[in-house]
Design a protein around this ligand. Structure first.
Ligand code: FE2
Ligand code: FE2
Length: 258
């Protein structure tokens, strides 16, 4: 019986089977493409041209990530499948009320400072998750000529995304928005860890069905996800609420804005 439970064993098992690989890449591609769409809309409604250019570049990166996962599927001769609602991280976050809604992003009027801050705090929290997840996948798939190469390309971008969120929020903090930003960081981090737990369980349950995991293995993994949630809720959630100046020079800035 295959009962390996480490994250790297689970990732390898997922990548070795077409059905679970298809689910993994479809979930990832949908999340990235949706991030791309959101950033495009936000960039076109942002009045500050330097910030708008960074958000537009963020959007272009997320579209590229979506295409990379789509290409991985095609190389295996697989199509993207529809992502179940409970496994859709972006939509679950929107339903939980954080960030800017799709309804708002379909409207043409410019974003207010408060809305820009909601976007940046949402990105600060979710890009932290993206950075941690992709860094873990980079470790697991190092040496894999296709999956390894794609995740390390994405990992390089996620570092930049996280860095510019820190820098932009610090700039707004200096302009007097500190209390609002801190309250929002606390609120959004708590929502994110809860949503991440629920989406992880939804994805894991489907993986388990596709890979024929025993009920015991599924129960143990579910327990692991709950333990991780409680560790985050009690201690590590605060990592998502701190702001540090990035070590990079003008992350996501174009040479003209450097
Ligand atoms: Fe991404
Ligand atoms: Fe990102």
């Amino acid at each position: 019986m295959n009962f390996a439970l480490s994250p790297s064993a689970i990732f390898r098992e997922m990548a070795a089977h077409d059905g679970s690989f298809q689910l993994f890449c479809s979930v990832a591609a949908k999340g990235e493409a949706q991030g791309g769409w959101e950033n495009d809309r936000i960039a076109s409604r942002t009045m500050d041209p330097l910030l708008a250019a960074k958000i537009a570049r963020h959007g272009a990166d997320e579209h590229k990530h979506g295409r990379l996962f789509g290409a991985l599927l095609r190389k295996r001769g697989l199509d993207a499948i529809e992502v179940p609602a409970d496994a859709d991280y972006c939509m679950q976050l929107e339903e939980a009320g954080i960030g800017l809604s799709h309804a708002r992003l379909r409207q043409d009027r410019p974003l207010t400072d408060e809305e820009i801050l909601r976007y940046l705090v949402h990105s600060r929290v979710t890009e932290q998750r993206a950075f941690e997840e992709i860094t873990q996948q980079e470790e697991v798939f190092r040496g894999d000529p296709e999956l390894g190469k794609a995740v390390s390309l994405i990992a390089r971008d996620e570092v930049e995304h996280l860095a510019y969120c820190h820098d932009e929020l610090l700039r707004f903090r200096e302009e007097g928005h500190g209390a609002f930003i801190d309250d929002l960081l606390h609120e959004y981090a708590k929502v994110e860890i809860r949503t991440y737990r629920d989406v992880s369980i939804a994805v894991m349950t489907r993986m388990g069905r596709l890979l024929g995991w025993s009920p015991l293995k599924q129960r143990v993994l579910r327990l692991g996800i709950h333990c991780l949630y409680w560790m985050e809720r009690l201690w590590t959630w605060r990592r998502m609420t701190v702001l540090r100046p990035s070590q990079r020079s003008n992350p996501m800035g174009t040479p003209a804005s450097a």
